[in-house]
Design a protein around this ligand. Structure first.
Ligand code: PRT
Ligand code: ZN
Length: 284
């Protein structure tokens, strides 16, 4: 029994998806990107597809699970389930209009023409807001449509916002936020569910370790309690005696974002020989 995973064949999701699979110990046999590739050591195989086709592949059981952008999953409205939110490829789906227009609220969109590749999400939003607008569906280069007179506004993916700026547009409504999702077929057989549980367990271990660092330092006993108070860690820090009198070694796990704040305070408390090490996996 193998679990078949749909993965985007090329594009923005490809690299991070492959990296995540690699970190969970899934090594793909075939380096040449053929359509279907079996993994070593773990009962999964990967089917490479366009991201647009992944929700349907999972809903119909062509594949058991798939990794796809939430925007694509919601737009396609296929009958599959979210198994795990993956936290990468974050972006938002927003309404944008020419930057010089005076904008007050969403009622501006009444009777306007909006270009988008996401007609389902957009029409749901407009209906919710009681707006009647014309949706002009196009695939690709949505951002140029106001400047060529194809529409008065756009509804598209925004990440840094640079594409909007270079097309003299401004973001006026964020309609949804998106990240990569692991989605699954609704009727997975028990054996495949067990493989999926193992896969999710591995993903959790990788992601829990992400943004955490292992810290080791030497401190004088007199400062030990102050230092322990600074380092919450998973449990209490590990403290061992050093050969030289009155000194100990302290080891713990810290969050990367608190790194500089903690390091500055540790140095003020006289900590020495501070080592920061990456953590590969973490099982809580
Ligand atoms: O060929 P295939 O159909 O498989 O791929 P695709 O071209 O449809 O999708 P792809 O590879 O471009 O994107 C895959 C997924 O990545 C999307 O469905 C989103 O979930 C996610 N993602 C994250 C993004 C972005 N960030 C992103 N910035 N997808 C697209 N963009 C584009 C956006 O369309 C716009 O043109 O980048 C531009 C905006 O970026 P900023 O940084 O200038 O705002
Ligand atoms: Zn696509």
């Amino acid at each position: 029994m193998t679990l078949r995973i749909a993965v985007q064949s090329k594009g923005r999701l490809f690299e991070e998806t492959m990296e995540l699979l690699k970190e969970t110990g899934i090594k793909l046999n075939n380096t040449k990107r053929t359509l279907l590739v079996r993994a070593n050591d773990f009962p999964v195989e990967v089917l490479f597809l366009r991201d647009d086709d992944i929700p349907q592949a999972v809903a119909t059981g062509v594949t058991d699970v798939g990794i796809v952008g939430e925007n694509e999953f919601v737009e396609k409205n296929e009958d599959a389930e979210v198994a795990k939110r993956l936290g990468f490829s974050k972006c938002r789906l927003s309404l944008a209009i020419p930057k010089d227009i005076d904008y007050k609220d969403v009622s501006w969109f009444n009777d306007k023409k909006i270009a988008t590749s996401y007609p389902h999400i957009l029409s749901t939003f407009l209906k919710d807001q009681n707006i009647t607008a014309e949706i002009h569906e196009i695939t690709g280069s949505v951002e140029i449509s106001p400047s060529i007179g194809l529409s008065e506004a756009i509804f598209d993916i925004v990440s840094s916002g640079a594409t909007l700026v270079s097309n003299r547009l401004k973001e006026v409504e964020v309609v949804m936020r998106s990240e990569a999702l692991l989605i699954k077929n609704k009727n997975l057989e028990a054996e495949k569910s067990a493989i999926l549980d193992d896969l999710i367990f591995r993903i959790d271990a990788v992601q829990t370790a992400y943004k955490k660092k292992y810290i080791m330092l030497n401190a004088h006993e007199s400062k030990l309690q102050d230092i322990i108070d600074l380092l919450p860690g998973m449990n209490s820090p590990t403290v061992t005696q050093l050969a030289s009198n009155g000194w100990c070694s302290v080891q713990s796990v810290i969050e990367e974002k608190r790194f500089w704040e903690i390091i500055t305070k540790l140095k003020a408390l006289g900590a020495e020989g501070i080592l920061i090490l990456p953590i590969e996996k973490m099982i809580l």
